[in-house]
Design a protein around this ligand. Structure first.
Ligand code: ZN
Length: 108
C-alpha cells in the first residue's frame, strides 16, 4: 500500500471543497473499470457521488480503500443517443397502449 493520506480534499455538492477522512469513501467499479466514488460530507452530511475514471479508481485502490464491483443491468452501460424522453413521449406511449393498433405495434 502506498502512503495513504488521512484525509482527501473532495468537492461536496453543497459546501464545495472539504477534507474527508479516507475511510469515509466508498468505491463501486463498473466492468469498464471506471466507477462511482461516494463520500458523506463531514460538514453538511450530504452524500456526494461522482463518476471517476479508472486512473482515480486505481489511486484509491493503492490506498487500500475497499472497492466493490457494481453489478448493473446491461442496459445501464448502453450508449445513449437522441433526446431524452419527455411528457409528450409518455403520453404518446400511453395512447398507443390503449389504442386498437396496440397488438399490431407489438408485432413490428
Ligand atoms: Zn457538504
Amino acid at each position: 500500500m502506498k502512503n495513504r493520506p488521512q484525509t482527501i480534499r473532495a468537492n461536496c455538492q453543497r459546501c464545495q471543497d472539504v477534507f474527508v477522512d479516507v475511510r469515509a469513501f466508498t468505491v463501486q467499479v463498473r466492468p469498464t473499470e471506471d466507477g462511482f466514488v461516494s463520500f458523506t460530507c463531514p460538514q453538511c452530511h450530504h452524500v456526494t457521488t461522482k463518476l471517476m475514471d479508472k486512473r482515480i479508481i486505481g489511486l484509491l485502490a493503492d490506498w487500500n480503500i475497499s472497492i466493490l464491483p457494481l453489478d448493473v443491468p446491461a442496459e445501464f452501460l448502453e450508449l445513449r443517443t437522441g433526446e431524452p424522453i419527455g411528457w409528450d413521449d409518455v403520453l404518446a406511449f400511453h395512447n398507443r397502449l390503449h389504442s386498437d393498433e396496440f397488438p399490431e405495434v407489438l408485432a413490428r
